[in-house]
Design a protein around this ligand. Structure first.
Ligand SMILES: Cc1cc2nc3c(=O)[nH]c(=O)nc-3n(C[C@H](O)[C@H](O)[C@H](O)COP(=O)(O)O)c2cc1C
Length: 200
């Protein structure tokens, strides 16, 4: 079946994060985002795609800082409260009853109860006609130990990081499950060497 343009977005599962920012006047903001991607491996830079009318975008432009919080599936309620289009003077931490978490390298607080907190500074904005691409530098990243195993890998079946599949009139909230297949990165290389292995 050939999908019409307005139905195409549903073929790609997407992560859901909460981006926290503060305005230049100190108002705290939190908003869900799914157009977020790491820029390759390791996660030195991150790409966030934004429509133009977003308080989050305005705050990032004004302060150059943001935190990408990774919510578990249990935070869907907060995610949907933060998705509403409150005016910029509304403190969305208060509205959604979010507990702020002190950030180490940036001013915007992280969100307590999330699985990881990616502190970022604005590197570059690539402005298109109707939307904009924000490239952030990851300046600090912490994760909740309780959801990481002895090897330092996320126990995603316990953590249940939130994702979505878009539909016609709404979105289904989802989370990952293990397919019983693990592949070492070295499998991708004919000589079994991974150029990124051992990078700190
Ligand atoms: C699951 C989910 C994912 C979203 N992803 C994006 C996104 O990638 N880019 C975007 O511009 N808006 C996205 N939105 C919409 C914003 O979260 C919404 O417009 C929010 O009110 C923006 O808040 P702000 O104006 O305080 O920044 C998403 C909403 C939801 C519920």
């Amino acid at each position: 079946m050939i999908l019409a343009p307005r139905k195409r977005e549903q073929v790609l599962p997407q992560p859901v994060v909460l981006i926290s920012t503060i305005s230049k006047d100190g108002v705290r903001n939190a908003a869900p985002w799914s157009n977020v991607t790491p820029i390759l491996r390791p996660l030195d830079e991150i790409l966030v795609v934004s429509w133009l009318k977003r308080d989050t975008l305005e705050n990032i432009r004004q302060t150059g800082e943001f935190v990408v919080n990774i919510p578990p599936v249990g935070m869907v309620k907060e995610v949907m409260i933060c998705s509403k289009n409150y005016p910029p003077q509304v403190d969305e931490f208060e509205v959604a009853n979010l507990t702020p978490r002190h950030s180490v390298k940036v001013r915007p607080p992280g969100i307590d109860g999330c699985l990881a907190w990616v502190e970022c500074t604005l590197v570059e904005e690539i402005l298109r006609q109707r939307y904009t691409l924000i490239i952030g530098k990851v300046v600090h990243l912490e994760a909740d130990d309780r959801f990481f195993n002895e090897k330092g890998e996320m126990d995603f079946e316990k953590a249940k990081p939130l994702s979505i599949i878009l539909g016609d009139e709404g979105m289904s909230f989802t989370y990952s499950t293990y397919s019983e297949r693990y592949a070492n990165y070295s499998e991708m290389f004919l000589d079994r060497s991974d150029p990124a292995a051992g990078q700190v």
